[in-house]
Design a protein around this ligand. Structure first.
Ligand code: GDP
Ligand code: CA
Length: 322
């Protein structure tokens, strides 16, 4: 049986995983999920990326939106707003609240996040093994200009930058607070060591895949393992397909192009890279950087198109293995 490890963020990672599962239903897929986006709200622990993967693969996702539950209502959010409770910029629906209540209750009872995630997945049956990158607390913060502050800068939680501010100001730096002392979650290094192929889906290279790689030991385990590593570009036609990934790429000094992202990961990590057909002109630059590259359609317009992307990634993995 083929063992595939995928480093996933939220929407981009989850949609890719659905295509991958459909392309190779018999494969054993382990997802290492980003927890740097996690946030405490109203006393509850919210894990947006883990939940997006779980809901998407478990059939509970709001399809058009890409995150949150389908058939959702917002009574609790409205009632909290009536009390004037902040923050009001993060949309938690009633069904979603239940997930966060169960998670917070279990964590309060002493269970690590990995065990909690497994328990939540017992309901959703995502068909993959979903492992948090770490059980330790890691929180991505974004440094922005703040003329009123001493030093002229301040750090805000990633969700505040992304959701409240819609990344409308420049990010000066992205810091995964706590990552340097975090340990990989149970099963993470073992899954990498046992993998036949490692995939980077078209997730955000900085705040999704980059945060997972920032957990000490993960990058090294992938780079040192004798396993093909293939990624798919989230940048198509010199812009993110959705969202504002260009803002956080700029913070780490990387252009928003399919080839610059591949070079950012580097040939020490990546063996193969897929760019969209509109970026075929960038294949040469990626290959010059020592990474095998192909141009194929990379728009996840539906499960069949996404499954085709997954097959291309697996085919490229076989090519670099040979
Ligand atoms: P988030 O945590 O919800 O932001 O999701 P991820 O980090 O997993 O993925 C976000 C990235 O997915 C963005 O940078 C998008 O450009 C990328 N993305 C979304 N849809 C598509 C698509 O159809 N094709 C490609 N190539 N990238 C996509
Ligand atoms: Ca995310």
């Amino acid at each position: 049986m083929q063992r595939i490890v995928v480093l996933a963020g939220g929407v981009g990672g989850a949609r890719f995983l659905r295509g991958l599962s459909s392309a190779v239903p018999e494969a054993e897929i382990t997802v290492i999920g980003n927890t740097g986006d996690d946030i405490h709200l109203f006393g509850l622990k919210v894990c947006p990326d883990l939940d997006t993967v779980m809901y998407t693969l478990g059939g509970g996702i709001h399809e058009e939106q890409g995150w949150g539950r389908k058939d959702e209502s917002f009574t609790v959010k409205e009632e909290l707003a009536e009390y004037g409770v902040e923050p009001q910029w993060f949309g938690l629906g009633d069904r979603d609240f239940a997930t966060h209540i169960v998670r917070t209750q279990m964590i309060g009872a002493g269970y690590p996040l990995s065990a909690v995630t497994e328990a939540l997945c017992a309901r959703w049956q995502p068909g993959v093994r979903l492992l948090p990158m770490t059980d330790d607390r890691v929180e991505t913060h974004v440094l922005i200009d703040a003329p009123e502050e001493e030093g002229g800068r301040k750090a805000v939680h990633f969700q505040e930058y992304w959701v409240r501010m819609r990344a409308s100001v420049d990010a000066r730096a992205v810091v995964p607070v706590g990552a340097e002392s975090a340990k990989p979650g149970p099963g993470v290094l073992e899954a990498i060591a046992a993998a036949d192929v490692v995939l980077f889906p078209p997730s955000n290279p900085v705040v999704s895949v980059g945060t997972i790689l920032a957990v000490p030991g993960v990058r090294e385990a992938i780079a040192d393992a004798d396993v093909p590593v293939v990624g798919l570009s989230p940048i198509v036609g010199d812009a993110p397909v959705h969202g504002m990934a260009d803002k956080v790429l700029a913070a780490v000094g990387v252009e928003a192009t399919a080839s610059a992202v591949a070079e950012h990961y580097g040939s020490g990590l990546l063996d193969g890279w897929l760019v969209d057909t509109v970026d075929a002109g960038r294949v040469g630059a990626v290959e010059e950087a020592g990474i095998r590259c192909r141009a194929v359609p990379l728009m996840m317009t539906g499960t069949e198109a996404t499954a085709a992307m997954a097959r291309e990634a697996l085919a490229l993995a076989e090519e670099v293995r040979a």
